[in-house]
Design a protein around this ligand. Structure first.
Ligand SMILES: [Zn+2]
Length: 481
């Protein structure tokens, strides 16, 4: 497909590295006891510590490294035994201390990798350079009405993980899969909401191009893009822009660019980037954090089945890469499917989950967990279908009723008289009858008018009140016509 060709575009390789900031959903903030919640009342979840008053003492919330270790283990990282925090200095109104507490030389997780599924069902390893813990800054709010700016510090001190990949990503498709997989891991581990629109999962993408074997090209950074589609569109555009520029003999300027959704192009961020000197210093307020093997074992025991393992399990059990991908990207649907599969091994199940069930909850505007068609009931319905006790049309009717009432499919079938007329004798009788009473049409069919086939099938369905097995009807019609 197009993605594969993309690995070498106009003779150039694409080189992408991604930094992701993940907000953690710990109860309190990283260095104080303020609640870690989204509050729409400005400056309502703040204290002297997260607003950087002089003389206060930040204390590390242990749940932050606990969650960081979880993400580290899930991405095959080595966990650093002795962790230090550092001050990263920069001056901005939403950062009252004028430094951010972060990790520098000793991040809590190092040298991991994430396996991403490719379109053919195989996996590619994307190396992870590091994962470190840090605090988020506040937010500046600008009022066009009064032409004034305000600072809201509610977000200051929200715990963040920064996850930095190596430049192993070679196409927009791989970038999207990497981000999807990473986001799934955050959700499976229940360490953050990973909601992109709310900024709880933010990706900065570094892109460069080069001729195969050449040194790394100058990179541009894409910032603040909040959807997978926009990110892959932006990369696609940016790669073409860089190749076009190089082919015309131009030079790439290292800069940060934004994605203009309306114009469908990347544009340089206003103001020239200055090489920042953050003057990192060890933070003297926060004692070193020691992670012992008992802690790591405890976190290991808490790890659930991870998305890539789940993906592999689905592929092994006979699902297509597409089906497996849809399932792992929605944990509720995957859990539903797994539960239903404990009641039936029918290969029909996946279609009923991905098509009928998804369409039904969309139409009814309900959540999957509120749907009256439970995994057990759907399994019962699929079993009826699998055993040919109802046909597809009947099953759809039963689905609608069970979805709205929660009744047992067996009871609905009985109540509505939807049992499929299964015995071949019954259908054989009906077909013989149809042939006997429509001799003229039979002759027309036999003299070559193939279109009349539908007439006979329609008659048979009508005579069985829609309850005949279509396969059996077709087989018997073939026999007698
Ligand atoms: Zn606070």
């Amino acid at each position: 497909m197009a993605e594969k060709e993309n690995l070498l575009k106009s003779g150039y390789e694409t080189v992408i590295g991604i930094e992701v900031h993940v907000q953690l959903t710990t109860q309190s903030k990283i260095f104080c006891q303020c609640p870690n919640v989204v509050s729409h009342k400005q400056n309502s979840t703040i204290c002297p510590i997260c607003t950087g008053h002089p003389g206060v003492l930040p204390v590390l919330n242990k749940d932050v490294p606990h969650r960081a270790i979880k993400v580290g283990l899930a991405t095959n990282c080595k966990i650093t035994e002795d962790n230090f925090f550092a001050r990263k200095h920069y001056f901005y109104p939403d950062l009252p201390k004028a430094y951010q507490i972060t990790q520098s030389t000793e991040p809590i997780c190092k040298n991991g990798y994430l396996e991403i599924p490719l379109e053919d069902g195989s996996f590619k390893k994307i190396r992870i350079n590091r994962i470190h813990m840090e605090e988020d800054a506040g937010k500046n709010l600008h009022s066009a009405l009064t032409n004034e700016s305000y600072v809201d510090l509610n977000r200051a001190g929200t715990p963040l993980l920064e996850i930095v990949s190596e430049p192993d990503i070679s196409s927009p498709y791989e970038a999207r899969m990497y981000l999807k997989m990473l986001r799934n891991i955050i959700m499976y581990l229940n360490v953050g909401t990973a909601n992109m629109e709310e900024g709880a999962f933010r990706a900065d993408t570094n892109i460069s191009v080069r001729k195969p074997g050449a040194a790394l090209g100058t990179k541009c950074e894409l910032k603040n893009i909040n959807s997978f589609k926009f990110i892959s569109d932006a990369i696609e555009y940016e790669v073409d822009r860089q190749i076009g520029l190089l082919e015309q003999g131009g030079k790439i300027t290292q800069e940060t660019r934004l994605w203009d959704v309306k114009e469908q192009k990347t544009v340089p961020m206003r103001g020239k980037e200055e090489a920042a000197d953050y003057r990192y210093l060890p933070d003297p307020d926060i004692p070193p954090l020691h992670v012992d093997s008992a802690w790591i074992s405890k976190v290991t025991s808490e790890l659930p089945e991870l998305p890539n393992k789940r993906y592999q399990r689905y592929i092994t059990s006979g699902l297509t890469p597409y089906e497996a991908d849809v399932l792992i990207n929605d944990m509720d649907v995957a859990d539903y499917y797994d539960k239903a599969r404990t009641f039936t091994k029918s290969p029909l199940l996946i279609n009923w989950v991905l098509r009928e069930l998804m369409a039904f909850i969309k139409e009814e505007k309900i959540r999957l967990t509120d749907c009256k068609m439970t995994p057990e009931l759907l399994a019962e319905l699929v079993t009826l279908l699998d055993n040919k006790l109802i046909n597809n049309r009947g099953a759809q009717e039963v689905f609608e009723i069970v979805g709205k009432t929660g009744q047992s499919p067996k009871a609905v079938v009985k109540e509505r008289g939807l049992e499929q007329i299964g015995s071949s004798e019954e259908i054989e009788k009906i077909i013989k009858e149809i042939i006997a009473t429509n001799q003229k049409i039979v002759e027309e069919y036999k003299s070559g008018n193939q279109k009349l086939w539908g007439f006979f099938v329609g008659q048979a369905m009508k005579k069985t009140s829609g309850k005949g097995d279509p396969i059996m009807i077709n087989d018997l019609l073939k026999k007698y016509l």
